[in-house]
Each structure stands twice: as structure tokens, then as C-alpha cells.
Design a protein. Structure first.
Length: 560
């Protein structure tokens, strides 16, 4: 099935209207502008799919641009990780890779223009003093005692700030707007601060750096973006962007805000994710339990599954929370069509087929029943096998149809077997003694008799040992940030990772490369972890087979 087509959400309706009125001479030009202060997460994936998807839909362009205005928190590692993630999701910015720092000279010139127009001034107040004098939502702000400096004095001080004559934090450049404005963002916002820090792109060229609110709209203007798509938290900043562009008299993009993605059982904040990484509560930014794109890639999520998820949840104007199970549903649906099938046993129980010869054979197995074009493979079969421990019970309850004493079941692709005896050690079942019916080769009885269960297996002498990591939800509650008085880190799920050693998998898995995805029949979807080394196969469970999304009665996200 092809990926779903994007519906006509309110953003696309605005673009349609702009095209109809020829507002931007028929152009559609978007951008994805991450700050390189952490790894991207699934919420950024939604924005990536939206911005690049709109450009593709309207035969337009989309830039990848780094909002790198704060060298104290930004690193080249994050830049490279973002480039990798956007490419992995399947998008191409062609020759339009930009940095806010590419425009620092132009931004400085613009700032001098505002100073010359009497619309910006140098302030000696500290950050705390500025915050205190800004006022509140109900009380107006108080003007800085330095607000009425002359244009010449402000221009001289600003140039001396740039030249490095003042210590860090001693002066800032502020816009002169309105200290009584009902929008606090308009109360003489800071445009530049003195900060001696080596920048990943410009090195030590600058000792003053633009604030995000000053830089953001200018970047869009310089790049001639038509539709500047942001999340809702920037809605109150739009009047400030408009004021800066109008005061300068430069090209004016249109900013449109949409609701950010919130997902259950996790946190969607680079700041909080960084805390988990730095505190050692997860194993790096690509820990498969995290909602980061790199973590999801390592867990085995497919880019097409994530793109489908982003399209299906849609674009809204009101914040909401989407069930994690719906993301899993989209991934599972995609992998069901594309992932080859193998057999693996996570908790092995030895089975000896007493009447099977000492020789071995191979049986035919389908690689993917959803795609006949993927063909089949040959699997070794022998006298000694492994099955799952929970596929056998000595005293089975009603409706347990798997293996039990005296019961016959089908081995997938192979034969019918019947359990005849049990070997125990210290009271624990360690081996089953079985017989097989040679006439049932391929898993079907010529006399037409039926069995109620089919179980998977691997040949003991051919099995490959594997370490398997089973991942569950990162937190124990749906919304870790909505628990009054609770530190979100105390709500981490202690069972979010279970590591199984000495699992047994069919030999074909050994040929898979890191990040290859596949299904273990009856168990779920898995991928080869990047920790795999020669002689040590490490697998991650991507998601289980069962559809928990279908059982949710009151889901926050849209139903498929």
C-alpha cells in the first residue's frame, strides 16, 4: 500500500489561497530550522515531514537550516546527527544547507540600521534586572535608565561590544519597542548579548551573538522563505518577528503555527532528553527507548513507517497527545509488508525427536507471505531442536493448544511432533522427548488430521547464539510531565529494557547487517543492533506483533 496522501489541513489551505492570489509569485519555499543543541526526536520528524512534504507537494523548495545562534549549547556532533536523520527519513535539501551563522554579518548590519533609526539601544542592566523591569501580564514594564541614550552613543557602544571591549554579560543590545505592550515579548527584547564562546561554524570571529528572536525572522527573510511553519509556542513571538522585519523594511515571510507532537509514555524535550543522557539513565542519544530519530532507527523503526505516522496524525491548531501505540501500529504495518521472516527462540527449551534419523535435512520457508517476490529460503532441520519455553506446559489450562504431554503440534514448515516424555533438573523442565510423523513433511498431514497449534523452532546444531534486547515503554505513566509534585525521572520504567542472553536464531540471521529489520515469526519485529561484533550478535526488538492500538478504547490520536 502506498503512503497516505496528505490531507488538506489548514496550512495547505493557506498555501492554496496564497497560490490563488499569487502572493509569492507562485512560489512555495519552506525550511526545517533545528537548533543543533541535541538530537532530533519524533516531534521533529513531524516537522521535517511537514516542511519537506509541502515543498514536494507544491513543486517548491525546502531548506535545511541550522539555527546556531547559541555556541554555549551547540555542537558539531548535533549538526551531523541532524543531517543524518533528515537524510534517513528520505528527504533531500539539494544545495540548500544553511546556517544562521552564515548571516551573522548581515544580521549585525541590520542591527546597526535599527540603532541608526533610533529603534535599538545598548543597555547596561544585568539579565536579572531586565527580567525584573519587564513587568508581568497584568503590570506594565519599566523603562531602562539607559533607554534614552543618543543614537551616536548607542552606535559607538554596539561597535565596541562587537570589538570585544566589554566583558561577557556587561551589556546587551535591545530593541526599543514598548514597555507597556500587552505581549511581554515586545517589551524591549534583547537582540545581542556578549558571549565569548567558540562557535562550531564561525570559530572565534564573534564575541557577540544574536538572540533567537532577532535572528529567526531574519533568516527566513534572507532565504526568501514563503511559509515559515513553526509550533504553537512561537505564536506569541510572531508580532516581534513582524516588527523587526517591518522596522527594517525587508522581505516578509508568513509565519504559520501548528500544534507540536506529544507522545504518551515519553518526554519530547531536548533539554529533558539531555538530562537522561547526561545522568546515565539511558545509554546515549540513540538509546532505542528514547523518542529520538537515532534511537528509533537503532530500534528498527523504518523511515517509511515514521513518515506514514506523521501524515496520519495530521496537522492541528490545538495541542494534544498521541498514543505511543499508534506509532507502533504504523511501524508494524510497514514492516509487515517489507520485513523478511526468520525464526528465533528467545527462551530456549531443548527438544529431542527420538525417532528422527541422525542425519539432517532442509525445509522450505517463505520469506514474506505479504510479498511473494521475496521468495523462500532453506532452513536446517535436525533431531535436536529448540522451542520457546512457554510453548510447553506440563499441566495446560483450557485453551492452551501448544505442546503438552501426549499432544501433537505442528513445527512451522516442518513436521507434526508429539511430546512423549519430559526431562527435569532440580524440578525444572530442561528437555522434551518427542516423536515426529515423517508423513507430515511441510507441516501437513496426508490423512487430513488437524492440529490446533503451530510453533516455531530452530535446529540446535545450526542455531546462532544471540543477545536480544527487549524494549518497553520508557515511563510508567502516560504523561510523565503531568504528575503533580513528581520528578519525571522517578517515573522511569525499571522494566524498560530486558536483556536475554543465549537466545537461538536460525543461521540466515547471521548474514544480516546492523540496522537490518526482520520479523521473528510469532515473536515480533527485530533488527540487528549496532553493538554487534564478529562472534557476538545483538538484536533489538522493534515492536511486538500484537496490535495494542486496536484495543485502545479512548485514544488521543486518530484511528487508522
Amino acid at each position: 500500500m502506498a503512503e497516505p496522501q496528505a490531507s488538506k489541513d489548514f496550512i495547505r489551505e493557506i498555501i492554496d489561497a496564497d497560490l490563488a492570489s499569487n502572493k509569492y509569485q507562485g512560489r512555495v519555499h519552506t525550511r526545517f530550522p533545528p537548533e543543533p543543541n541535541g538530537y532530533l526526536h519524533i516531534g521533529h520528524a513531524k516537522s521535517i515531514c511537514l516542511n519537506f512534504g509541502i515543498a514536494e507537494q507544491y513543486n517548491g523548495k525546502c531548506n535545511l537550516r541550522f539555527d546556531d545562534t547559541n555556541p554555549a549549547k551547540e555542537e558539531e556532533e548535533y549538526v551531523q546527527s541532524i543531517i543524518t536523520d533528515v537524510k534517513w527519513l528520505g528527504f533531500d535539501w539539494q544545495d540548500r544547507l544553511f546556517y544562521a551563522s552564515d548571516y551573522f554579518d548581515q544580521m549585525y548590519t541590520y542591527a546597526e540600521d535599527l540603532v541608526k533609526k533610533g529603534k535599538a539601544y545598548v543597555d547596561d542592566l544585568t539579565a536579572d534586572q531586565i527580567a525584573e523591569l519587564r513587568g508581568t501580564l497584568t503590570n506594565p514594564g519599566t523603562k531602562s535608565p539607559y533607554r534614552d541614550r543618543s543614537i551616536d552613543e548607542n552606535l559607538s557602544l554596539f561597535r565596541r561590544m562587537k570589538a570585544g571591549e566589554f566583558p561577557d554579560g556587561s551589556k546587551v543590545l535591545r530593541a526599543k519597542i514598548d514597555m507597556n505592550h500587552p505581549n511581554l515579548n515586545m517589551r524591549d527584547p534583547v537582540m545581542y548579548r556578549i558571549l565569548r564562546a567558540t562557535h562550531h561554524n564561525t570559530g572565534d570571529k564573534w564575541c557577540i551573538y544574536p538572540m533567537y528572536d532577532w535572528a529567526h525572522g531574519l533568516e527566513d527573510s534572507i532565504e526568501h522563505i514563503t511559509h515559515s511553519i513553526c509550533t504553537l509556542e512561537f505564536e506569541n513571538h510572531r508580532p516581534l518577528y513582524d516588527w523587526f522585519l517591518d522596522a527594517l523594511g525587508v522581505y516578509h515571510p508568513q509565519q504559520i503555527e501548528f500544534a507540536r507532537l506529544n507522545l504518551t509514555f515519553t518526554v519530547m524535550s531536548k533539554r529533558l532528553l539531555l538530562q537522561l543522557v547526561n545522568d546515565g539513565l539511558v545509554k546515549g542519544w540513540d538509546d532505542p527507548r528514547l523518542p529520538t530519530i537515532s534511537g528509533m532507527r537503532r530500534r528498527g523503526y523504518s523511515p517509511s513507517g515514521i513518515r506514514t505516522f506523521a501524515k496520519r496524525i495530521g496537522v492541528a491548531k490545538v495541542n494534544s497527545i498521541v498514543d505511543f501505540e499508534f506509532l507502533e501500529y504504523c511501524i508494524r504495518e510497514d514492516l509487515n509488508k517489507t520485513a523478511p521472516r526468520y525464526m528465533g527462540v528467545l527462551r530456549p527449551l531443548k527438544v529431542t525427536i527420538e525417532n528422527y534419523p541422525e542425519t539432517k535435512e532442509e525445509v522450505d520457508a517463505v520469506n514474506n507471505p505479504e510479498d511473494p517476490g521475496m521468495g523462500s529460503r532453506r532452513i536446517p532441520f535436525s533431531k535436536t531442536l529448540y522451542i520457546e519455553q512457554d510453548d510447553f506446559m506440563e499441566q495446560p489450562p483450557p485453551k492452551f493448544y501448544r505442546l503438552a504431554l501426549g499432544r501433537e503440534v505442528r513445527l512451522r514448515y516442518a513436521y507434526f511432533i508429539t511430546c512423549r516424555d519430559v526431562v527435569k533438573r532440580d524440578g525444572k523442565v530442561v528437555e522434551l522427548r518427542c516423536t515426529y510423523d515423517p508423513a507430515t513433511k511441510g507441516g501437513y498431514a496426508p490423512d487430513g488430521r488437524k492440529v490446533k497449534s503451530t510453533i516455531h523452532w530452530v535446529s540446535a546444531s545450526d542455531a546462532v547464539d544471540a543477545e536480544v534486547r527487549l524494549y518497553n515503554k520508557l515511563f510508567t505513566v502516560r504523561d510523565p510531565l503531568d504528575q503533580k509534585g513528581a520528578d519525571y525521572k522517578t517515573l522511569l520504567n525499571p522494566q524498560s529494557l530486558e536483556i536475554l542472553q543465549q537466545c537461538k536464531v536460525e543461521p540466515a540471521v547471521k548474514t544480516c547487517k546492523p540496522l537490518d529489520r526482520f520479523q521473528f515469526e510469532r515473536l515480533g519485529y527485530f533488527c540487528v543492533d549496532t553493538d554487534t561484533t564478529p562472534g557476538h550478535l545483538v538484536l533489538n526488538r522493534t515492536t511486538e506483533l500484537r496490535d495494542t492500538w486496536g484495543k485502545i478504547q479512548s485514544a488521543a490520536g486518530p484511528k487508522p
